[in-house]
Design a protein around this ligand. Structure first.
Ligand code: ADP
Length: 289
């Protein structure tokens, strides 16, 4: 019952489909870059769309690309791309390559961080693939059989930090994602569907915490369960809880948590207070620098 914003669904569906169609005279960019503020549902909605369209996504995270154990990041990108190509050609299924938070690894030219060697390799590799999507080779082997095009979807915060030629129009289609108030209401409504809140209550909640991203609301919902879990721990005993939950096939059922609006408002305010603490500590840290 999660809600996908129609604008988001349409953009992604068109990008994916366009790359599988052989439109005469149309040069579809291989990469779709979805950017915008963190926690607004870029990655999450991509997954919802993949499920809806029965697209298999092969994932790659910026963390993986930056990890010193990853080996050659250029090889890793090519390897996963070929994996997705295999799904398309061998199983006749739609597949995409999905790179989350690309600017966390491939970007980052802010103070203190240099363009790392890995970063340059990832940028160069993606450009290369975007220019030659049917000929992506692994180092040390050559496959003369052309590959199907694999649409690539990347998400990120700020593409201003990415290597400019990669973001160029022919290579990357850009989509700035910022949910409107209407999107926000529908999405938050979807998050609280199982909990029996009315439409008016959802509106009150969203208005009260205006300016908070979508993940605030899903974290709020999760935090309501904390109380139940604490009650469960107290009832079992702090020293016995390990036995009860680890390696146990026992199913635990909880009484329905308290999802009344006042309670949600109260929990939400606590979360906002925590955010403010973090802000203050940051300011102190900046001041002392
Ligand atoms: P981003 O990629 O923009 O940083 P995410 O996709 O990670 O943000 O979303 C953050 C969290 O918000 C998700 O883990 C999920 O809990 C919640 N969320 C986002 N979009 C939706 C949605 N359409 N329906 C339900 N929950 C959502």
């Amino acid at each position: 019952t999660y809600y996908i914003a129609p604008k988001f669904l349409n953009k992604l569906a068109v990008h994916i489909t366009k790359n599988f169609l052989d439109l005469p005279g149309i040069n579809a960019p291989l990469i779709l870059g979805i950017h915008g503020h963190k926690g607004e549902g870029k990655s999450f909605q991509c997954e919802l769309v993949f499920k809806r369209m029965k697209v298999q996504a092969i994932h790659l995270s910026a963390g993986e690309l930056e990890s010193p154990d990853a080996g050659d990041p250029s090889r890793l990108v090519r390897f996963r791309y070929r994996e997705a190509a295999d799904i398309i050609s061998k199983h006749g299924k739609l597949a995409v390559l999905m790179i989350n938070d690309i600017d966390a690894g491939a970007g980052r030219v802010d103070s203190g961080t240099q363009y790392t060697v890995n970063t340059q390799l990832v940028n160069a590799t993606l450009m290369n693939i975007a220019d030659n999507p049917t000929n992506v080779q692994l180092p040390g082997s050559y496959d003369s059989e052309p590959l199907p095009r694999v649409p690539i979807i990347v998400t990120g915060n700020d593409f201003g930090t990415l290597y400019a030629p990669l973001v160029r129009d022919g290579r990357m289609d850009k989509f700035y994602w910022e949910p409107s108030r209407e999107d926000r209401l529908e999405i938050v409504n979807g998050i609280f569907t199982p909990d029996g809140l009315s439409r008016a209550q959802i509106e009150q909640l969203v208005s009260k915490f205006e300016g908070q991203s979508i993940d605030f609301f899903s974290a709020l919902r999760a935090s309501i369960y904390d109380e139940q879990i604490l009650a469960f721990i107290e009832q079992t005993g702090f020293d016995k809880i390990g036995l009860k939950v680890a390696n146990s096939s026992e199913k635990h059922s909880f009484i329905k948590p308290d999802f009344r609006l006042e309670h949600l408002m109260e929990k939400g305010e606590q979360m906002v207070k925590e955010q403010q603490h973090i802000q203050e500590l940051r300011l102190v840290a900046a001041y002392n620098r």
